[in-house]
Ligand binder design. Structure first.
Ligand code: BGC
Length: 246
């Protein structure tokens, strides 16, 4: 099904038309700078600009960087606080006049990587972690997603995990890759103790830098970088919308 996938990130809101059966992009990616502050109205207008750019009509999927329950934003750790309790699905559908479905960004990446990327058809428990401004998580078993896990927000080392070992934490604390890798490994070990995944898939900016920290990783599970790179969120959001439309 031809679906517009949109990925709402801290610096850019990106979209492309996706063939959700093959996971292939049917258009170039188009990126619009995230409005600041990224209030609900401002983001909705950007979503609408993307729809107009592609002259698209049909189902739209949006990967959203916060906890989402039935289309409603329930947290706002790295986005404008006025999002809390906003029904993002209703707002985007109203502004675009199209059926819009909203999914957590890491869950979107998890769906895409398991169908078409690093975890293609992987059996058993797979934990995808996106490491960027925050930490997002997607937990899958035999390709089936358990949504909204939010493992970046578990308490860890006296704080929440994303403040201990996100990419933003590495930059904020001027950590070397070695030092950050050691921290990240502690977090992976904790995740491994809790969920015993067969495989960790690492997404977000740090996935391109794995060679700089992989020596620090000692977990038993396989640890591999996401392969769909900056397309995972777009493809996963599009698949989510297509699944909801069926
Ligand atoms: C949010 C998650 C999101 C992650 C990555 C976290 O701060 O709570 O919902 O998936 O950042 O954007």
């Amino acid at each position: 099904m031809e679906t517009l996938g949109i990925d709402f990130g801290g610096s850019g809101i990106k979209g492309a038309i996706v063939d959700t059966e093959s996971g292939k992009l049917l258009s170039e990616r188009h990126r619009i700078v995230t409005p600041q502050p990224a209030t609900p109205q401002a983001v909705a207008e950007t979503v609408s600009l993307l729809v107009k750019h592609f002259n698209f009509s049909g189902p739209v999927g949006v990967g959203f960087p916060a906890l989402i329950n039935n289309g409603v934003a329930k947290s706002a750790s790295n986005i404008d606080h006025s999002w809390i309790d906003k029904n993002a699905e209703e707002l985007f559908s109203e502004v675009t006049g199209l059926p819009v479905f909203v999914v957590n960004d890491a869950d979107a990446a998890g769906i895409a990587e398991l169908r078409f990327g690093a975890g293609n058809g992987a059996p058993g428990v797979v934990l995808l972690l996106t490491i960027g401004t925050g930490i997002g998580s997607a937990l899958l078993n035999d390709g089936v997603l358990l949504p909204s896990t939010e493992f970046g927000h578990i308490e860890f080392k006296g704080d929440i995990a994303e403040r201990y070992c996100s990419d933003a934490a590495r930059e904020r604390n001027h950590m070397s890759w070695e030092k950050w890798g050691k921290r990240f490994n502690k977090y992976l070990m904790y995740m491994e103790k809790l969920f015993s995944p067969e495989m960790f898939i690492i997404g977000g900016g740090v996935s391109k830098k794995m060679e700089l920290f992989e020596n620090q990783i000692t977990v038993k599970a396989k640890v591999i970088p996401a392969t769909l790179r900056n397309q995972a969120g777009i493809i996963g959001a599009a698949c989510f919308a297509a699944d909801r439309t069926k």
